[in-house]
Every structure is written in C-alpha cells, then in structure tokens.
Design a protein around this ligand. Structure first.
Ligand code: AMP
Length: 280
C-alpha cells in the first residue's frame, strides 16, 4: 500500500489509474480509524478496483471553540488499519497542501446544511463540502463511501454532487455500533466510563422510537417526545436537538415514512458532542 502526501502526486496517480481503466473508490476520513471506518473501506473494495482512503483532519469544518487541536491523530496505526481493510492508497496531505497560504475559495450548500447541525455549527458543512469537493478533484473517484452515522453530511454531499454535477457515485454505509448500541465514533475515546454508560441513552432513545414505529406509531411529536424523555433522564446529557426529518432534505417530518424519515439526535455529554440517528 502506498501513502501519498501531495496533491499533484495524487492527481497524477488518479489519472494513471483511470488510464488503466480502473474504478477509483474514495473513503474520506479524518483518521483515528475504528471498525466503522473499516466497513466503509471494505464496501468500497467490493465496488471499485483502486481504493483510496483520505486521512485529513480538516480545519475548516471545526469552529475555533471545537476540538481540532485535540482531535486524535495516529497516522501510522491508521495506515496499518487501512491496509488490513483492503485499501490500496492512503492520501494523507499536510494542511498546506489543501489550504496553502492565501487560500480563499469555499463551497456552501445553502439549504440542506442549514437546520440541525447547521444551527449549532454554522460553518461546519461549509468546511465539509469544501474539503469533499477538493478530495473529489484530487482523487477523481468514480465512487465515494460515506457513513449514515453523519446523516446530514450524507444529505449535504448528495445535494452538492447533484448541484455541482460531480460524476461521483455516493454510497452510504450503515452505522456500525458497539455491542451495547453506542455508535462507533472517533470521539468516543473522549468519554469517561461514566459518560460512556450515560451515552447509551442515545441509542436507547433511537431504538425505542424504532420499536414505537414497529408498533404502529407514526407521529413525529410522539417519537421525538419519547426520545427526548429517555435522553433527559441522564444527568450529564444536554440535548442539542432531537428531530424527525426527511433523510434527503433534512426538513422536519410530521410523520415517520418508512425508509425516508430519520430520527436524529445531537447531545452534549458534558463537553463531548455526540450525534447519532436511525432511519425509521
Ligand atoms: P470521520 O473520520 O469521523 O470524518 O468519518 C469518516 C467517515 O466514516 C464518515 O463518512 C462517517 O460518516 C463514517 N463513520 C463514522 N462513524 C461511523 C460508524 N460508526 N459507522 C459507519 N460509518 C461511520
């Protein structure tokens, strides 16, 4: 497996792979890879010939108050994980390659990115769309795999791909969970043992809503109320939002529509921000 650091080298490689008729699959990540990331890599490997995993902690998607500086960085271990999962290339550029001095161009999706995460993290998706568009232009993927764990990110990227005519097939991988239900996340390592136990309320709330839907409940207000109730029983949790929305537009839904509606949750667990969702 090859590690690529420069934009020009990655672009040249992508051109060479395309010239050989290879299908390029991209898995964008910020590193600190866990089993959830690895399922994305495996999914890409099923569908593409050349698998590129990008590892870049993207500064523009963090607000100044957020955890950019303390975000875990462990490139060597990540490279080994990528190789074991079937990646062919790791693209791990230094910051200056992506944002050289004087950099000034950004991409904003102005609708899907607005609610939910967009309210409490107003510049987050601008950073995400900008870096993903750059990764598409650098790695020239035919397909790119993203996780349902970040439901709004998926919706925003799909919209950007449509609006900007990227010829990239966006593939969404299901959320991988720990055995007890907690969605895997690079940020879980910030949690203390007590916080981790309380964090289980998030998946419990989602699973309860799923059970309610299975039992015939469709009304968003009732599903949201029950999920909020479960979360609010935990001392350390502060709810940022609980919402039933359309998985494509992120607009509020009044009723759960099978396969279309997503119940999405963001909380503060003390000072750790956690998100999770379930397609109902
Ligand atoms: P990140 O490194 O957090 O930016 O995540 C990189 C990709 O992995 C994103 O597309 C995430 O949605 C996806 N991802 C993160 N956690 C999970 C998980 N538990 N299951 C599946 N995909 C995930």
């Amino acid at each position: 497996m090859q590690i690529i650091r420069s934009v020009s080298e990655m672009q040249a490689l992508a051109a060479a792979l395309h010239a050989q008729g290879q299908i390029i699959g991209l898995v964008p990540t910020m590193g600190a890879l866990h089993e959830g990331h690895l399922t994305l890599i495996r999914l890409a490997a099923e569908r593409a010939d050349a698998i590129v995993v990008s590892i870049f902690v993207n500064p523009t998607q963090f607000a100044p108050s957020e955890d950019f500086n303390k975000y875990p960085r462990e490139l060597e271990a990540d490279v080994a994980r990528c190789e074991a999962a079937g990646a062919d290339y790791v693209f791990a550029p230094p910051n200056e390659e992506i944002y050289p001095k004087g950099y000034s161009t950004y991409i904003t999706e102005e609708h899907v990115a607005k609610p939910l995460e967009g309210v409490s993290r107003p510049t987050h998706f601008r950073g995400v769309t900008t870096v993903v568009a750059k990764l598409f232009n650098i790695c020239r993927p035919d397909l790119a795999v993203f996780g349902q764990k970040d439901a709004q990110q998926v919706a925003v990227i799909r919209k950007m791909v449509i609006d900007l005519h990227f010829s990239v097939d966006v593939i969404v991988a299901p959320t991988l969970r720990e055995a007890d239900g907690l969605a895997m996340s690079s940020r879980n390592r910030y949690l203390t043992a007590t916080q981790r136990v309380e964090a289980l309320a998030i998946s419990r709330a989602l699973f309860k809503a799923r059970d309610m839907v299975a039992a015939g409940e469709r009304r968003a207000d009732r599903l949201v109320a029950e999920a909020t109730h479960i979360l609010s029983q935990q001392r350390r949790i502060r709810v940022i939002y609980v919402a039933l929305v359309s998985r494509t537009t992120m607009e509020p839904a009044r009723e759960a529509i099978t396969g279309e509606s997503v119940l999405t949750i963001a909380v503060w667990m003390d000072d750790v921000r956690l998100i999770d969702n379930l397609v109902l």
